[in-house]
Design a protein around this ligand. Structure first.
Ligand code: FAD
Ligand code: SF4
Ligand code: SF4
Length: 426
């Protein structure tokens, strides 16, 4: 028996490309950066993953919970995994035997241990990692969320009952408010959850398009109360993250839908980015662009509760950023919400003749109010929008806490443990 191989057996951590909806949650969660992706697949680096399981429960689809017993020297490489369209089967006992792995040692295989490089990296000065503060549990008073009722292999159908541009018309950037009706199909959602839309057709290599995820913008009892419908806030992608022209497959499809069209929907997804329900809870919402969708859902639910006299008045505070006022979805309706109901702060980064302002600048300006909220265990913080905003926002919270004499390590850990700081950036 080859003892070198015997000593090098792992349970290799793999992601099922047929079920994964490419939501990026795992990559944002993994504390050791073991997960990476390209336009095709999300994959796990065998030599970095230490099997800590931090990514398992936040994954909305379960596609990340896959493990294969492998001789270490034959572990699937990143390059191999990126080309997969389905997971490879477990190696048979004969194949493992041929690779020098006995049945007993295959059963004893463990997830890979930390590599020396990783351990060395951790021994140096820790870098600020905003994702480590994001909670993977919901607030204690959140309602129960249903997830994965329609997994990627078995989508359901919804009918478009509304579609309008909710940014100012005539500008390059366009964001649509889409209303989908599920008829008699059960599709219960809560504020903060998302759904997947499967664009029709196939990609450049003839593979069925994977679903794109969109946050629900309507409250739990529907865009139109009492109807089985949800709304979405979808930005038309016309340039990629680098600013090069591109035609986003799904966002353009959704923005061009007509009333009466049908769409394939998967989900719902998400069981932690949920709002608190106890009446004295405070909600701080920090968002850019379409990150406003879950904030609209939460605000509207609180507005409906208040209207029906069922709310005792926890605070609502919103920090909302966009390049210009014209690009800001729902700008008009937001203006008409009563000031004693919601404290709204806008940041525009490209207004002609004005200095650039980002959401984190506004947060620092409102440090006194935010510090008071950070001291209050009934406060919940939600961050949603561009990936690039996340670190600045969490750093701003950290600085606000420190300036108020709070120990950020204690506050940050409590926010995470108690499901009171939620990050959803894409
Ligand atoms: C949890 C979650 C919630 C989301 N909620 C929303 C939402 O409420 N509203 C919404 O509009 N989108 C939302 N998204 C993003 C959405 O899922 C898609 O990524 C987006 O619509 C682009 O898909 P596409 O098929 O049009 O582009 P693709 O064809 O997939 O991509 C085309 C190119 O554009 C780049 N790209 C992808 N997304 C963007 C972007 N947003 N800006 C710039 N370049 C991009 C890609 O990297 C690629 O190079 C969410 C994503 C996640 C993970
Ligand atoms: S198990 Fe832990 S180390 Fe491995 S990919 Fe998941 S979060 Fe990262
Ligand atoms: S569906 Fe799961 S495995 Fe796929 S990107 Fe999202 S969290 Fe990761």
């Amino acid at each position: 028996m080859d003892m070198v191989v015997e000593a090098g057996i792992i349970k290799q951590h793999l992601i099922d490309p047929e079920i994964c909806i490419r939501c990026n949650t795992c990559e944002a969660t993994c504390p050791v950066n073991a997960i990476t992706h390209d336009d095709n697949n999300y994959v796990v680096r065998a030599d970095v993953c230490n099997g800590c399981m931090a990514c398992i429960s936040p994954c909305p689809t379960g596609s990340i919970d896959n493990w294969r017993t492998m001789p270490l020297v034959r572990a699937y490489t990143i390059e191999e995994q990126l080309t997969w369209e389905e997971l490879p089967a477990e190696l048979s006992p004969e194949e493992l035997e041929a690779a020098g792995v006995s049945g007993a040692s295959a059963e004893a295989a463990e997830a890979p241990a930390q590599t020396q490089a990783q351990a060395a990296a951790e021994a140096t000065e820790p870098v600020f990692n905003s994702a480590q503060y994001g909670a993977s549990v919901p607030p204690w008073s959140a309602a129960h969320a249903y997830t994965n009722l329609f997994p990627p292999k078995t989508p359901t159908t919804a009918t478009v009952v509304g579609n309008f541009n909710c940014t100012e018309a005539g500008f390059d950037s366009e964001t649509h408010h889409i209303v989908l009706d599920f008829g008699v199909v059960p599709f219960p959602v809560l504020e903060g959850q998302s759904i997947g839309i499967v664009p029709p057709g196939v990609d450049a290599i003839g593979k069925r398009h994977h679903a794109r995820q969109y946050s629900v913008a309507s409250p739990r009892n529907g865009e139109r109360p009492g109807y089985n419908n949800v709304s979405l806030t979808v930005k038309r992608v016309t340039e990629d993250h680098e600013g090069d022209p591109v035609r986003g497959v799904c966002s353009n499809y959704v923005c061009d839908l007509k009333v009466g069209d049908t769409v394939q929907v998967v989900g719902p997804f998400g069981s932690s980015f949920l709002m608190p329900n106890h009446p004295k809870s405070h909600i701080v919402m920090i968002c850019t662009g379409t990150g406003s969708a879950p904030m609209r859902a939460m605000t509207e639910w609180r507005r409906r509760l208040r209207k029906s006299g069922k709310f005792e008045g926890g605070k609502l505070m919103l920090f909302f950023g966009a390049r210009t006022q014209q690009e800001l979805p729902y700008f008009g309706p937001l203006q008409s919400l009563p000031k004693d109901f919601i404290d709204i702060n806008f940041a525009f980064s490209r207004t002609a003749g004005q200095p650039k302002r980002y959401v984190q600048d506004l947060m620092r300006e409102r440090a006194a109010d935010l510090a008071a909220l950070l001291k209050d265990g009934a406060s919940h913080f939600y961050v949603c929008g561009l990936k690039s905003m996340e670190e600045g926002v969490v750093l701003a919270l950290c600085d606000v806490a420190k300036e108020a004499g709070l120990d950020w390590d204690t506050v940050g850990a409590a926010l995470k443990r108690e499901g009171r700081l939620h990050l959803e950036t894409y």
